[in-house]
Ligand binder design. Structure first.
Ligand code: SAM
Length: 384
């Protein structure tokens, strides 16, 4: 496909998304009907679509309209690429710009320029103060790819060597000692030997930092109460060297976990109904995902105040149930990939008010400016 044809395909996918189809489904629909498209074409179309989703409002302003075509014109203008050079009407390229399109478009302002819905823009400012604008700006860019080196299979140097041998270049990152940032060859990871043998896992660096901050030691009884795909359960098992119990309200979300654990050489025990008590219970709760909107930008536009309210209630409920599973003197760890105070510090304050005697030992808000996703973590100690 020519660069112009890729833009035309992206415009069509964006129109489907604007009409309500989830982005992944819209991309899949296009790709099924596009047998002529090679893997590089598919990746390029996907990149255009996600670049626009991160900048949904500002690209519409600069492109002078709400269609996929207009937003792509806006995106090219932001990238300092003359739309005329690609909207040529040749072959499968989009039609040349009309006089109206040539003259259209304006600079975005305020929340529109920060590419946030107004209500989230206000909430982010309430939550982060002066750091809000930089955080919003970071969410407009692509996210770096990070790997976690699995200490059960090898060390950092061994992983870097193995990856370099397969054309994947990496560098270490100050946020987590076991993290590698991929600087070249990210698309080769899934097919690499290092990945197949469990030497590395895909995991954001802030996610890794949250686990590294936990006081994990061999012999500790650990429960991952919201295990999902098991990224953090695997990271915790690598640190303790022992078994980690994994639970999720929706056990289907843990379906890949046995295969991932086998690959990683980790011991994970799935538990349908946790009983008894643990030394450490991690609650990596469902959240707005606002810290990860670089990766999943649709969330910015689909989140509603009602859904956020619902999520904060679920989060509080999980904390209350999980608190009962912590042994006296043990630790309850809370994590979200959110930058909104209602899901983070306010949630912890409310927990402490509901549970006298518990103490807050650490709390940290990670921002995309730190390198990884926006993340929050808190460690709460149960009275002995
Ligand atoms: C943020 S994801 C977990 C991601 C995972 N820890 C990881 O690192 O890959 C949150 C998970 O919480 C689960 N969940 C939602 N409500 C829950 C509840 N009431 N109790 C336990 N798990 C719940 C969801 O099914 C989802 O898998």
């Amino acid at each position: 496909m020519t660069p112009g044809a890729r833009l035309q395909a992206a415009a069509e996918v964006l129109d489907r998304i604007a009409a309500g189809t989830p982005a992944e489904q819209a991309l899949l629909g296009w790709s099924r009907g596009a047998r002529y498209a090679g893997s590089k074409d598919r990746a390029a179309v996907r990149d255009h679509v996600f670049d626009v989703l991160r900048r949904w409002r500002s690209t519409a302003a600069q492109g002078g309209g709400e269609s996929g075509r207009a937003r792509l014109i806006g995106l090219l203008r932001q990238q300092q690429v003359a739309p005329d050079s690609l909207f040529t009407g040749d072959g499968h390229a989009p039609a040349a710009l009309t006089a109206e399109e040539q003259a259209g478009g304006r600079l975005p302002e305020g929340a529109e320029a920060r590419d946030l819905p107004d209500w989230i823009d206000a909430l982010l400012t309430d939550s982060l103060g002066e750091e809000a604008a930089a955080a919003a700006e970071a969410l407009r860019e692509r996210a770096p790819v990070f790997l976690r080196v699995n200490g059960l299979r090898g060390d950092l140097a061994a992983a870097q060597d193995a990856l370099a041998g397969e054309g994947i270049e990496t560098r270490t990152h100050p946020l987590a000692s076991g993290a590698l940032e991929v600087t070249e060859g990210a698309r080769r990871i899934a097919q690499s030997q290092a990945f197949a043998e469990g030497l590395v896992e895909l995991q954001d660096v802030a996610s890794q930092a949250v686990v590294e901050a936990l006081p994990l030691a061999p012999g500790l009884r650990v429960l991952d109460y919201c295990a999902g795909g098991g990224g953090k359960a695997l990271a915790m098992a690598a640190r303790t060297g022992g078994e980690v119990a994994a639970h999720d309200a929706d056990p289907r979300r843990m379906s890949d976990l046995p295969a991932r654990a086998k690959r990683a050489g980790a011991r994970i025990q799935a538990v349908a109904t946790p009983k008894g008590v643990y030394d450490l219970v991690l609650c990596d709760v469902p959240c707005s995902g606002s810290g990860a909107w670089r990766r999943a930008p649709e969330g910015k536009w689909r989140l509603t105040p009602e859904r956020l309210d619902e999520l904060t209630k679920v989060q509080a409920g999980i904390l209350d149930i999980a608190a009962r599973l912590v042994t006296p003197g043990g630790l309850l760890a809370y994590a979200t990939c959110s930058m909104l105070a209602v899901e983070n510090a306010a949630q912890i304050e409310a927990f402490l008010a509901r549970h006298p005697g518990w103490t807050l030992e650490r709390q940290r808000q990670f921002l995309p400016g730190d390198g990884g996703d926006g993340f929050f973590s808190a460690q709460l100690r149960r009275p002995a």
